[in-house]
Design a protein around this ligand. Structure first.
Ligand SMILES: [Cu+2]
Length: 66
């Protein structure tokens, strides 16, 4: 399953790393693609979208399913 999120408060390379790491921990083996310009996080190979979303939220960001 591929899940996409808009994360408006992801604004720099630090955010990208923090979110990428949070997603990797929530969904081991998933592939994370981040486009900072469009504030878009795409996760492929995750089986629980809610868990990924919660992990991004726990990292301090406000994801919205896109
Ligand atoms: Cu940042």
């Amino acid at each position: 399953m591929t899940i996409a999120f808009q994360v408006p408060d992801m604004t720099c390379g630090h955010c990208v790393r923090a979110i990428t790491q949070a997603v990797a921990e929530a969904a081991p083996g998933a592939h994370v693609t981040v486009d900072l310009e469009s504030h878009r996080v795409t996760v492929s190979g995750a089986d629980q979208a809610d868990k990924v979303e919660a992990a991004i939220r726990a990292a301090g960001y406000a994801p919205a399913r896109a």
